[in-house]
Ligand binder design. Structure first.
Ligand SMILES: C[S@@+](CC[C@H](N)C(=O)[O-])C[C@H]1O[C@@H](n2cnc3c(N)ncnc32)[C@H](O)[C@@H]1O
Length: 189
């Protein structure tokens, strides 16, 4: 199945300069885990997560664009990855099974969401008590930033403030990506 944009997302996600292997290493996924890849695009990460969590695990590839989801389903089918389930999301809402997720992964999507505090408050019920939310988003820093010019970035202070309002806390931060923050949140105790 062809989809130019989905392929383009995957090409960028898999580019070694964007450190996909290091991102996966850092997440240290375990067999049997359940992961939601929100704004899954072409599914590069969803499919790698499915490999990592194995047959006992589960990956929800979630997007507002049904064509991207069809694209992901067709690749998952080709690879025999029947643990990948696609879910169509609306702009502000998403329904997932209660306390089911070990990890919510949201890469280059945070800046697309409109009411983020409400969005993450709603998602809290789907996260296991020790579950993590991984937010990777563009910093928009640098003298000439395409991402800043087009509003495809979110200041770190904004992410932290909004996530705190949604009752999450920043527990870890990795400085391994050139153009993006890599932030890990958990539910506030
Ligand atoms: C820049 S792409 C990132 C794709 C993928 N996360 C990656 O890292 O390759 C942004 C994706 O987010 C999706 N998206 C935008 N708003 C969304 C929303 N409210 N809920 C879920 N997905 C959304 C878009 O359709 C698109 O696939």
């Amino acid at each position: 199945m062809k989809n130019f944009k989905a392929n383009m997302f995957n090409k960028k996600a898999s580019d070694p300069k964007n450190k996909p292997d290091q991102i996966l290493e850092t997440l240290a996924l375990q067999p049997g885990q359940t992961i939601a890849d929100i704004g899954s695009g072409g599914g590069y990460f969803s499919l790698r997560f499915a490999d990592a969590v194995g047959r006992q695990g589960k990956v929800y590839a979630i997007d507002t664009n049904p064509e991207f989801l069809e694209f992901i389903s067709s690749i998952a089918k080709e690879k025999g990855l029947d643990t990948v389930e696609t879910i169509i999301a609306t702009e502000n809402n998403l329904s997932l099974p209660e306390r089911s997720l070990d990890l919510i992964f949201i890469r280059n999507v945070y800046h697309h969401l409109s009411n983020r505090v409400k969005y993450f408050k709603n998602l809290a019920g789907a996260l296991k008590p020790e579950g993590k939310v991984i937010i990777i988003d563009y910093t928009g820093s640098g003298f000439f930033s395409f991402h800043r010019m087009f509003g495809h970035c979110t200041p770190k202070e904004t992410i932290v403030e909004e996530m705190e309002k949604a009752r999450y806390e920043l527990v870890q931060e990795y400085d391994i990506l050139q153009e993006q923050y890599f932030l890990i949140f958990t539910l506030k105790k």
